[in-house]
Design a binder for this molecule. Structure first.
Ligand code: MN3
Length: 203
């Protein structure tokens, strides 16, 4: 069975004014959908990998046949990373996480505002296209990092917890060259309940 595009958990205009409707429509309906189409086209050549969960594929790219490995890395990453992105967001988001995730953030960064500043810096200093991530090691220790292009934390043995897409397509219509403004507004649309769930699932 081909991989599928998950329905967005909110309306296209639900992230206004942080992310405008046109950006959501193009980002989800064109960029994300195209990664999905290209991933399925690549896997068609070795359809046995349709049986694998996408996470397993991305965590073990060296097991993917060489003739499709780059296409799977780029397009599979493109599908998965955008899944994490959209499902971390929602209207009426913002505030701060609670529970175990907050405890670990404080342990790692000292306080929440230091984490925010470090996360924004990771997004701002990712040269070119990519993502800033809060990920977790297998034992639950948090790691702040960024990846280039459509690479994912799964390739480094890390579990993604929160992501911000810093490809220009994620923000250019509204923010143009002002990536820093996109990053500082991003906090208002984070659905911490979903992010906390993702973290609890690995512990
Ligand atoms: Mn994107």
């Amino acid at each position: 069975m081909p991989f599928e595009l998950p329905a967005l958990p909110f309306a296209h205009d639900a992230l206004e004014p942080v992310i405008d409707t046109a950006t959501v429509e193009i980002h989800y309906g064109k960029h994300h959908a195209t990664y999905l189409k290209n991933l399925n086209a690549a896997i068609e050549k070795h359809p046995e990998f349709f049986e694998w969960p996408l996470k397993k594929i991305l965590a073990s790219l060296d097991l993917i046949p060489e003739d499709i490995r780059t296409a799977v890395r780029n397009n599979g990453g493109g599908v998965y990373n955008h899944n994490v992105y959209w499902f971390s967001l929602g209207p009426g988001g913002g505030g701060e996480p609670t529970g175990k995730l907050m405890d670990e953030l404080v342990k790692k960064f000292g306080d929440f505002s230091t984490f925010k500043a470090e996360f924004e810096k990771a997004g701002l200093t990712r040269f070119g296209s990519g993502y800033a991530w809060l990920s977790a090691k297998p034992g639950g220790e948090l790691v702040l990092h960024s990846t280039a292009n459509q690479d994912s934390p799964l390739q480094e043995g890390l579990e993604p917890i929160l992501v911000v897409d810093v490809w220009e397509h994620a923000y250019y219509l509204k923010y143009q060259n002002r990536r820093a403004d996109y990053l500082s507004s991003f906090w208002d649309i984070i659905n911490w309940k979903e992010v906390e769930k993702r973290y609890s699932a690995i512990k």
